[in-house]
Design a protein around this ligand. Sequence first.
Ligand code: ADP
Ligand code: ZN
Ligand code: MG
Length: 477
Amino acid sequence: MNYETVIGLEIHAQVLTISKIFCNCSTGFGAVPNSQTCPVCLGYPGVLPVLNRKVVEFAVKAALVINCRINKECRFARKNYFYPDLPKAYQISQYEAPLAEHGFIEIFTNEHEKRIGITRLHMEEDAGKLVHAEGYVSSNKSYVDFNRTGVPLIEIVSEPDLGSPQEARDYLQKLRNILQYLEVCDGNMEEGSLRCDANVSIRPAGSQNLGTKTELKNLNSFRFIQKALEYEVQRQSALIEAGGEVVQETRLWDPEQNKTVSMRSKEEAHDYRYFPDPDLVPLAIDPEWVETIRSTLPELPEAKITRFVQQYQIPRYDAEVLSVTRSLADYYEECAALFPKPKIVSNWMMGEILRELKNRNIDITECPLNPKALAGLLKMMDQGIISSKIAKCVFDEMFTTGKSAEQIVQQKGLTQISNEEELEEIIDRVLAENPVVIEEVKKGKNKALGFLVGQVMKLTSGKANPALVNKILKKKL
Ligand code: ADP
Ligand code: ZN
Ligand code: MG
C-alpha cells in the first residue's frame, strides 16, 4: 500500500518583551535561578495578573504577517494541570477565543511554492523549568527555576497541511525566519525560545480522511524534528503493514537512541478543564491600533530578496543568503552604501564573513568587523593599495584583532608594490634564475608564465601588483 504523510505543527515562541506577560518581572535569560520572580508569577493566592500591552502588540504583529484574522474580542482561559514547574496549577492561555485565526504562509519546498494553513495564534504564559541535578538519578534531586514562569509565549498552530518531514522543516524554518525578522522572537531553539511539537499520521495515498496521529515532543533542533518525523512515519507504516493500528499518544524523541518512545497514551492524556480566567477581562482589540501596528511592520525576507536583486544587481542566490537574518541584511546594505560595488561586498560576506562567523559560532551582530571596517578593506583592495591575496590576510587579522585595514597594512608594510622600477628589478632576478622556464613560456606554455608570476609574488611576500607583474613579464619576454 502507498501511504501519504500528514503533519501539523504547534509552535511556541517566546516573545521578546522586557517584562513578563502578567507582571513586571524581567524575562532575561540565564539569570540566577528564581531571581526574576514575584507573587504574581509564583502564583500566590490573591494576586491579580495585569496583561502586558507589548505582548499583545507583538502577537498582533506576528498574526498579521501570517495572514491571520485578528478577532475583535479574545479571552484568556485557565488550562488546569498540576506539575512542579507550574505553581498556580493552571497555565493562563487562550482556548475558545484566541487572538487570531485562519491564516497561512507560503513556503518554498520541494522546488515549488506551497500554502500552509494556520489554524490559530494565541497568547499564553510559559511555565517554569525543572533542572535535574547532575547524576540526578542517584542523588534524586531536581530543582525548580521559576524565572521562566510567566514569560510570554505565542502559540502558532498549523493545519495538517504538511506532506513530509522536509516540508515540516521548511515550514518551521520560514516561520522562524519571519518571527526573527519581526523581532518578536529570537528563534533560539537550543535555549528553548522557539519550541515545536509535531503531530503526524499517515493515510492511504489520495484518501480524504485523517489517520490516527501521534504527537512528538522534545524536538529542539531542525535536525531532530526531521529525524523524529522520519522515524515516526516509518514506525507507523510498519505497524499498519503488519496489521496493527496506530494508537493516539504523545511520544518523545530520544536523540541518543535515534527513536521515538511513548510518553503517554490518550487514556493518560490530561483533561485540562479549560474555563475563562475570571481575573482577566475579555480583550477587545481596537482595529485602529491593529492598523497602526500594520504600518510598523518591517520589510520581510521575500520582499527584501526581490529588492536586493533589483537594487544591487546581485544573483538571487546571494540575495537569499544575505537576507537570512535582518541583521545580516542590514550589515550588507551598510557596507554596500560605503563601498558601492555590491557584488564584491556580497562575495566577501558570503565567503569570508560567514565562514569566520561559523568558525567562531557567533552571530553577525557580534562580528568584530563592522560594515565600515569591511568597506575600508575593500576600498584599499579596489584602489590597488593591497592585492586581493593580501586583503584576505588583512581580513583574518582584522577579525582577530579588531584593528582597521589601514592600521594593519601600515604597521605590517603590506602596501602593494606598484612601482614599475622596483618590480622590474625583482623580475629581472627571477628571469635570471629561470632560463628553462623562459624557454617554455616562449613555446606558449601559460603555466610557465604563471610560475614566474608566482616567483615574483614569493619574493615580494605577495605584495607585488599582479597585473603589473604580468605586464612587465610579457614585455620582457
Ligand atoms: P489536539 O486536540 O490533539 O491538540 P488538534 O486538533 O488541536 O489536536 O491539532 C493539533 C495539531 O495537530 C494541529 O497542528 C493539527 O494540524 C495537527 N493534526 C490534527 N490532526 C492530525 C492528524 N490526523 N495528523 C496529523 N496532524 C494532525
Ligand atoms: Zn513576576
Ligand atoms: Mg490542540
